[in-house]
Design a protein around this ligand. Structure first.
Ligand code: SAM
Length: 255
């Protein structure tokens, strides 16, 4: 049933989880659903409880050495992985992994087949991480209850970069982080609402002026909200001018 991504050219995501319904709920909406219908994406959800020999279908056990919580056992996960025709690149979602960012998403996109191991409870037996996993990835410095949402964050971030999935792949080039900056603000109809105006430059139809304004806003907003990002971007002389303009205007409350 699971054809190799090399043959079909499509992206394959496999998920090992004890909550298959969580992953299924994502398959039916938005870009993920669209990509599946267009045969650009295949999603296989592996229910770990199908790979346990426990009569009660338990996949977890108490930690050696004592302590709170339960640990996902080695065997259901290793058997779940063996059941896959192609496991590809194996990721364990973990708060201890390297922190996710755009660079990592671009790297992952090239794998074509990725298997996500979704932890639960206190996590998984360490031997899974040591022997079966290619890398651990974290979605941020906080702890959620399971790897399902974390795996879908990665899956969706990859899928939206694939040709044929978004309406216009070029739109991605202008998004936050793509060029090291945050995105510019957007407005839509009506022009005036609750006494709040749309910036007049956006109504001029002058695309050179609009581009200039948008670049100024990208620089200014990044300076204001994420100065750490701005330090890593090589600014041109024109960028320096635009940023100074933004800073001056914001001091005078014109922005
Ligand atoms: N005891 C673990 C620790 O402190 O490192 C946390 C376990 S957490 C409650 C259960 C599962 O949620 C983890 O095994 C992992 O798969 C997932 N998870 C939690 N936080 C995560 C994060 N920031 N990034 C990725 N996965 C996460």
């Amino acid at each position: 049933m699971r054809e190799s991504s090399k043959l079909s050219g499509k992206m394959i995501f496999n998920f090992l989880t004890i909550f298959p319904e969580l992953i299924d709920s994502f398959s039916n909406v938005g870009l993920i659903s669209k990509a599946i219908k267009k045969n650009i994406l295949e999603m296989n959800v592996i229910h770990l409880r199908e790979f346990t020999d426990d009569p009660q279908k338990r996949v977890d056990d108490k930690p050696y050495g004592g302590g709170p919580g339960m640990i996902l056992r080695y065997a259901p996960i290793s058997k779940g992985l063996q059941s896959l025709e192609n496991a590809g690149h194996i990721i364990y979602l973990s708060p201890q992994g390297s922190k996710l960012n755009t660079k990592k998403i671009i790297q992952l996109k090239d794998y074509k087949c990725i298997t996500f191991i979704c932890g639960r409870y206190e996590g998984v037996d360490q031997r899974i991480i040591d022997n079966l996993v290619d890398e651990e990835i974290s979605i941020g410095d906080y702890v959620v209850s399971g790897g399902e949402i974390a795996s879908m964050v990665i899956a969706e971030a990859i899928i939206r970069r694939i040709d044929g999935v978004p309406e216009d792949i070029k739109s991605i080039e202008e998004e936050s982080f793509e060029n090291g900056l945050l995105d510019y603000p957007q407005y839509t109809r009506p022009e005036l609402i609750d006494d709040l105006k749309t910036p007049s430059v956006l109504l001029t139809g002058n695309h050179a002026e609009i581009d200039r304004w948008r670049r100024k806003m990208c620089l200014g907003i990044t300076w204001k909200k994420r100065p750490d990002l701005l330090k890593q971007v090589k600014l041109t002389k024109e960028d320096d001018r635009l940023l100074s303009e933004y800073i001056e205007e914001s001091k005078k409350n014109e922005i």
